[in-house]
Design a protein around this ligand. Structure first.
Ligand code: NAD
Length: 450
């Protein structure tokens, strides 16, 4: 169906008020949950075909996260949707204050390829929960998963309520020409700018979930063994194609040698001696990204990994030392299984190094010292992160997830998703039992300059 007509039909459906009904939203989420459960097997196959994701990764980073997000939303939705009573100041005596959450209307969700199922469906859950209609544009780089998603939505929901429009850049650009009530975009910084410009035309509110270079600091007092394992896990899952993966390490020089040898061990433990030969290691999404990443292997000294398989588009978990900010690998978001290591002697230098670059989406600090942890928290701005872990913040529904500055605008997950897709309508309910005179001009007892 032509895009303009699809949006008109969704707006007409939204105007019937059906999507605002709590029972309707609950039923839609239950239906979505059942549909996802029904096609778990097909989803795993699609993710395998698109990215060679293992069943473990497909479930733990895509399907499981979506099911948990639905479960959490269903559990809390009734309370989230209730108008919230707020305090009133003494000047407002007699009145009460209320905040109503109302859906925006018709939302556009544009998704990337790296977690092609989860990053498309998680925002959709928020859109449904808040009572919106939605059009979803999944990534063209993961066609099997995107097609399956289109089928799943078509088989379970009328298109005037929820619809998937598959396609690439041109489709996305055509969709952005239309007037939406909300746009939720996940992807790269340059495309985020295009989205924001398109939204500005109609003053459409946006959430932009973008990327950037996320640092991971390992301080001299860190638990090095755990740090190495948690870094290897967060960096090399999905072959490093994770927006919040540690992009690079900043390691205190006194523990660098120990950390790097533990890191090499952890990589072997998690991904085996030869991940390129196994069938469980995620591949790089496209030839273009494979070539881009291969270029970075020229930088510095390869401490671990470095191997490639061009036929499989796979790159080994790789650690590079002897790196400086001037190397190409430090000039852009890596988004692949290559981990450059910088070192510092004085934490001030690491903090300065990070602050001299665009605000990261995530930051990780490994240190046993509360004061070091707090110093980093208080001196660097970033979307979110972990103390003594990596990536795990993403899976807590109690932690709103999003960027700041060039890494994004807005946040979602759990109640954050409901709030993102809801306009907060503030209402003052006034009494008619009496009238307080002091706000009126020219009345006896009115406000006067003394
Ligand atoms: P991308 O920006 O190239 O594409 C994202 C979506 O935008 C796709 O659906 C694509 O079709 C569409 N698109 C691409 N070019 C467009 C254009 N010129 N005009 C309009 N639409 C366009 O991003 P990607 O390569 O799919 O994903 C990788 C990037 O996304 C990385 O920077 C990563 O950090 C970021 N990311 C962020 C998050 C997050 O939650 N913050 C999650 C995943 C990925």
């Amino acid at each position: 169906m032509e895009t303009g007509r699809l949006i008109d039909r969704q707006r007409a459906f939204f105007d019937t008020g059906k999507t605002k009904d709590l029972a309707f939203r609950i039923e839609a989420l239950q239906k979505l949950r059942a549909a996802v459960k029904n096609c778990e097997e097909a989803l795993m196959q699609a993710l395998k075909a698109d990215l060679n994701k293992s069943e473990f990764e497909a479930y733990s980073t895509e399907i499981g996260i979506v099911l948990e997000e639905i479960r959490f939303t269903l559990r809390h939705l009734r309370s989230w949707t209730k108008p919230k009573k707020v305090k009133t100041p003494v000047t407002h005596i007699g009145s009460t204050g209320w905040v109503y959450s109302e859906p925006y209307g018709v939302a556009l969700i544009v998704a990337p390829w790296n977690f092609p199922f989860q990053l498309a469906v998680a925002p959709l859950i928020g859109a449904i929960a808040a009572g919106n209609c939605a059009v979803l544009k999944p990534s063209e780089l993961t066609p099997r998963t995107s097609d399956l998603l289109a089928e799943l939505i078509k088989d379970n929901f009328p298109e005037e309520y929820l619809s998937v429009v598959p396609g690439g850049v041109e489709t996305s650009q055509a969709l952005l020409q239309e007037k939406w009530d909300y746009i939720f975009f996940t992807g790269s910084v340059p495309v985020g700018q295009i989205v924001m410009q398109a939204a500005a035309k109609n003053l459409t509110p946006v959430t932009l979930e973008l990327g950037g270079k996320s640092p991971c600091i390992v301080h001299e007092d860190a638990n090095v063994h755990l740090a190495a394992k948690r870094i290897a896990w967060g960096k090399f899952m999905n072959a490093g194609q994770t927006c919040i993966a540690p992009d690079y390490l900043y390691v205190h020089e006194s523990i660098k040698a120990t950390l790097l040898s533990r890191l090499a061990e952890a990589i072997k433990e998690l991904y085996g001696d030869n991940p390129l030969n196994g069938d469980e290691y995620t591949r790089i999404v496209s030839q273009k990204h494979f070539d881009r990443l291969s270029g970075f292997l020229e930088d510095g000294v390869t401490l671990a990994g470095g191997g490639r398989n061009a036929d499989k588009l796979a790159i080994e978990p790789t650690v590079l030392t002897g790196i400086s900010w001037d190397d190409p690998v430090m000039k852009e978001e890596i988004f692949g299984p290559i981990l450059p290591v910088l070192e510092y002697n004085d934490l001030t230098d690491a903090i300065e190094g990070i602050r001299n670059h665009p605000t990261p989406l995530a930051l990780y600090i490994f240190s046993e010292s509360e004061s070091i942890q707090q110093r980093v928290m208080n001196s660097v701005s970033f979307g979110g992160g972990c103390i003594n872990d990596t990536v795990y913040q993403f899976t807590s529904p109690y932690l709103p997830f999003g960027g700041v500055g060039s890494s994004g605008v807005g946040a979602y997950h759990g109640k954050g998703s409901f709030d993102t897709f809801s306009h907060k309508k503030s209402i003052l309910k006034q009494t008619t039992l009496f009238d307080v005179p002091f706000r009126y001009p020219n009345v006896k007892n009115g406000l006067k300059k003394i």
